[in-house]
Each structure stands twice: as structure tokens, then as C-alpha cells.
Design a protein around this ligand. Structure first.
Ligand SMILES: Nc1ncnc2c1ncn2[C@@H]1O[C@H](COP(=O)(O)OP(=O)(O)OP(=O)(O)O)[C@@H](O)[C@H]1O
Ligand SMILES: [Mg+2]
Length: 245
């Protein structure tokens, strides 16, 4: 098993209140799987993604990533695990605005202590892979949204991580650029990369092989639905219906 989350809880402290956000999440993902995470706004998807990506730690529960017990890791070990095993893609690209596409993509290799010449070579190859071989020296402001996201994917994958985590990767894109991103994800999936992607779109989610839902901090898969007290529901409400906002 590549990743295994057991009884994960996450509470945020808000003033003197403790706000429960994730409630008893159990999720196993095998190497090479392609998983979509769906659910309403505020349900805890990004919070879960940050835990999976070792950006944040759960309040309680255990998380095994590639046999490493994440909750026992010190911050330094955690950033090593993160740099080696995980690539991130975000809705708003998160590129460094003053750096060229090439330098943005080369950046993760700096942490991996690769020589400057090799970094540039590998970054160039990655940009060619995402069909941006003719935009190496363009800065983010000189690129379209779809191009920026392809730079971000090249950067996420440059250090050969096993896992690609994507938080609404097509959320800021037009449908054509969104589909290009999905084609790239398909290519990476075929190469054996494990992909976990948050999306609000049924069409985008249909590219994944497996869909899990988070509703009010709880995870549901397959036909399972949140327990609803039917006696409280007016007739017009469809129980277990569409949860999208
Ligand atoms: N740093 C934080 N401190 C306090 N509360 C937080 C923090 N981050 C998130 N939350 C709360 O946790 C809940 C879940 O947030 P999260 O960002 O995981 O939702 P989401 O499912 O990703 O939503 P969206 O689809 O809008 O991106 C929200 O109610 C939010 O207010
Ligand atoms: Mg989110």
C-alpha cells in the first residue's frame, strides 16, 4: 500500500474553540491509482490533501506513506519525504512570478542537490513533455492559464515523485485547457504515477478510476451516503442526491 490513512481527525483551533474538520477518515491508496476527491466547499478536501501531502499533520490518527509513519516524523524528515515523493499542483498555479518557466521547473531539483547544468537539462525535458519547449524563457505573466498550469505540472513532476496531488487543477481554466491538463494526467497515470485530485466537476472526476467524497469532514466511497434523518426532511429534498454546490 502506498498510502494508508487510519482514523484521521483534524481540528483547527479558532480562538478558544476547537473546530472539527476531518472526522475519522480512513483511506488506502495503492501505487498507480488515480483517485478523485469530490465534495462541497468547506467539507475538508484541501485539509485532507494537505495531510496527504505532509504539509500539515493530523490532530490524531495514523498516516503511513510508503511505509513511513508520518506522524512520527520531525519537520526536517517530513520535508524530505515531501520533496522526494510528492508533486503538487494547485488551482492558482503557485509559480514564482519573476522566474522563467525553466527556472520555475528547475527549482525542486535545487533541494535534491542536482548540479545546475543537469537541473536546466531536466527542466527543459519536462517543459518539452508538457508541450512548452518553445516557452522556456517566458515568465508566468507571459503565459496563458493553461500554459501556466502545464509549467506547474512540469515542476511537480521534475523530481520524479511517486505521487501527484492536485487541488482543483482545472478550477481556473477554460474547458479546452482543462482537458489538456487531464490528457497530461492520463499520460502520467499510464507511466505509473499515483494521482490524487480534488475537483468540483463530474466531467473532470470521470478521468479518475476511483471517486471518494468528503461531506462535512467524513469520507464516503461507492454507494455509501451520509446518514440522514428522513423524518426531518421535507418531501421535496432528494436524500442522497447531488451534493455539489
Ligand atoms: N487554517 C485554518 N484554520 C481554521 N480553520 C480552517 C483552516 N483551514 C481550513 N479551515 C476550515 O476547515 C474547513 C475545511 O476547509 P477546506 O479548505 O479543507 O475545505 P475544502 O473542502 O477544500 O473547500 P473548497 O472546495 O472551498 O476548497 C472550513 O470550514 C475552513 O473554514
Ligand atoms: Mg479546497
Amino acid at each position: 500500500m502506498l498510502l494508508e490513512l487510519k482514523n484521521i481527525y483534524k481540528n483547527y483551533i479558532q480562538g478558544t474553540m476547537e473546530v472539527p474538520v476531518l472526522k475519522d477518515i480512513n483511506l488506502c491508496v495503492e501505487e498507480g491509482e488515480y483517485v478523485a476527491i469530490m465534495g462541497p466547499s468547506g467539507s475538508g478536501k484541501s485539509t485532507l490533501m494537505n495531510i496527504i501531502g505532509c504539509i500539515d499533520k493530523p490532530t490524531s490518527g495514523t498516516y503511513l506513506l510508503d511505509d513511513v509513519e508520518i506522524e512520527k516524523c520531525k519537520d526536517k524528515e517530513l520535508s524530505e519525504v515531501r520533496n522526494q515523493k510528492i508533486g503538487f499542483v494547485f488551482q492558482n498555479f503557485n509559480l514564482l512570478p519573476r522566474q522563467s518557466a525553466l527556472d520555475n521547473v528547475a527549482l525542486p531539483l535545487q533541494y535534491a542537490k542536482v548540479s545546475v547544468r543537469k537541473r536546466k537539462q531536466k527542466a527543459k525535458e519536462m517543459l518539452e513533455m508538457v508541450d512548452l519547449g518553445d516557452r522556456l524563457n517566458f515568465k508566468p505573466t507571459q503565459l496563458s492559464g493553461g500554459q501556466k498550469q502545464r509549467v506547474a505540472i512540469a515542476r511537480a513532476m521534475v523530481a520524479d515523485p511517486k505521487i501527484l496531488l492536485a487541488d482543483e487543477p482545472t478550477g481556473a481554466l477554460d474547458s479546452k485547457s482543462g482537458l489538456q491538463v487531464m490528457e497530461l494526467f492520463d499520460t502520467l497515470h499510464k507511466q505509473g504515477v499515483t494521482i490524487i485530485m480534488i475537483t468540483h466537476s463530474d466531467e473532470i472526476a470521470s478521468y479518475a478510476e476511483r471517486i471518494v467524497k468528503i461531506i462535512d469532514g467524513e469520507l464516503y466511497e461507492g454507494d455509501a451516503q451520509p446518514k440522514t434523518d428522513e423524518t426531518d426532511m421535507p418531501d421535496s429534498v432528494t436524500i442522497g442526491g447531488d451534493v455539489h454546490e
